[in-house]
Design a protein around this ligand. Structure first.
Ligand SMILES: [Zn+2]
Length: 445
């Protein structure tokens, strides 16, 4: 041991990178101990709210959780007062490397095509770094980023975060989404069709689908995203089964974008791990999802969110507002009905924002958390929403042994929100303390 330290010391003396000396320091220095105190604590392990919550952190892990725990003498104590401690939030459906202007795209204007034709993957990765930081500062400590990130830009961002080059949440990355002919671009003339592969991998039969999964894994995917809906043809059941089998062979999960009876049915029958959106889905498909433990990721919004996206900073006239209500109202009702039915059938729910449109006055992290208001309007309780955004999302991401609940041994991804989220779910939008892996990211006094 002594010889090893002496050897490392010799390297550190020669080295100019700084990493060697910090490695040496880590080996000899005891791990920092922090004790967090707050009026309330929700572990998200079950439905209880603990009074006088204490969480003890050693290094990057949680060492103890409970009411009025004994605090070690050498701990740094952070007393958050009238706040509630919770696990870091998880967004199971992000597009960190994309941003569209809602005032244009909600009116059928600019779309992915113009993004892909004008923004390099490098530029989008830098946008992702901004959005990732904003997510983290809002309390979102883990995301599953599901495509629309150029050619593997999401993997570049994930690695930059892992290296500590930029701050951001833990990321599950899917690389390019697998899709039927045309991806999500609609009809393009033959001369323009080469752009499709800059954003999607189009598959042509079951063997091609298997190969696309293998390529995605080679490119750094830690999740496979499939756009089941296609124009004019969907991904077939045969292709979908091949994708699921190939991904599951490597213990990687499959997220399926599916809207409408045909696509949701194909996804559920193939046994994907989550169905995204599913705005239109029949009861028997929901029942199949519940039986197979397929998550629904309801990427929902409130009427107000849709209006704010479509009008931007402009104050609409009364006539414009009522027209928008006519336009978006039925869609909001549709999502609410689908979420209520899913819960009734016992479909597991993971929170996913699908936020890629700009909302005036809000950064990406703040905009992504508006989702919980939509869930509350559909009748989910505050505790159901918290589970969907922590414990259950961690299960969907395959990360439940590391994050999603406050338990001894798990990574110290912890937030605090002012007041009590049980009485007002909107408090989840205002984290005043954020910790990722034992490092304090935000501490508002
Ligand atoms: Zn999406």
């Amino acid at each position: 041991m002594l010889r090893r330290i002496a050897f490392m010391g010799a390297i550190a003396a020669m080295c100019i990178c700084g990493l060697c000396t910090s490695a040496l320091a880590q080996e000899s220095a005891p791990k920092k101990i922090i004790a967090l105190k707050a009026a309330r604590l929700i572990t998200s392990f079950d439905d209880t709210v603990v009074k006088n919550g204490v969480v003890i952190i050693e290094g990057d892990r949680i060492k103890g959780v409970g009411a009025g725990l004994q605090i070690p003498a050498n701990a740094e104590v952070i007393d958050l007062g009238d706040a509630t401690l919770l696990p870091g939030l998880i967004d199971a459906h992000t597009h960190l490397l994309s941003e569209l202007d809602g005032t244009i795209s909600m009116r059928g204007g600019d779309d992915w095509l113009s993004v892909v034709a004008t923004q390099s993957t490098a530029q989008r990765a830098l946008l992702g770094a901004k959005n990732g930081r904003e997510d983290l500062e809002a309390g979102i400590t883990t995301v599953r980023d599901v495509g629309n990130s150029g050619v593997n830009g999401d993997v570049a961002l994930r690695r930059a975060i892992e290296h500590g080059w930029v701050p951001g949440p833990r990321m599950i990355t899917s690389t390019r989404a697998l899709a039927a002919q045309g991806g999500q671009f609609g009809r393009l003339i033959p001369e323009a069709q080469s752009i499709i592969e800059q954003e999607y991998v189009t598959i042509h039969g079951a063997e091609s689908a298997r190969q696309a999964v293998r390529q995605a894994l080679y490119d750094g995917a830690t999740c496979i995203k499939v756009i089941v809906n296609g124009t004019p043809a969907n991904v077939t059941l045969d292709e979908m089964k091949a994708i699921v089998e190939e991904a599951h062979t490597s213990s990687v999960k499959v997220a399926a974008h599916a809207i409408g009876d045909a696509a949701t049915r194909i996804a559920a029958e193939a046994g994907v791990d989550s169905i995204e959106h599913a705005y239109v889905v029949k009861d028997d498909v929901l029942q199949m999802m519940a039986e197979k433990h397929i998550y629904l990721v309801p990427t929902d919004g409130t009427l107000k969110t849709f209006e704010d996206m479509s009008f931007g900073t402009r104050q609409p006239t009364e006539a414009e507002r009522s027209k928008a209500e006519e336009e978006f109202g039925p869609f909001v009702k549709l999502e609410q009905d689908r979420l209520r039915r899913a819960i009734k059938f016992g479909v597991p729910i993971a929170a996913g924002s699908d936020m890629y449109l700009s909302i005036p006055g809000l950064n990406r992290g703040q905009a992504s958390l508006l989702l919980y208001e939509a869930y509350a309007e559909s009748g989910m309780t505050a505790m159901q929403i918290i589970h969907a955004a922590t414990r259950d999302a961690a299960d969907l991401l395959g990360m439940k042994n590391h994050v999603g609940t406050l338990e001894a041994g798990k990574l110290a991804d912890i937030i605090a929100v002012p007041g009590d989220p049980m009485s007002d779910v909107k408090t989840l939008e205002h984290a005043n303390f954020v910790m990722k892996g034992g490092t304090v990211i935000v501490e508002k006094k």
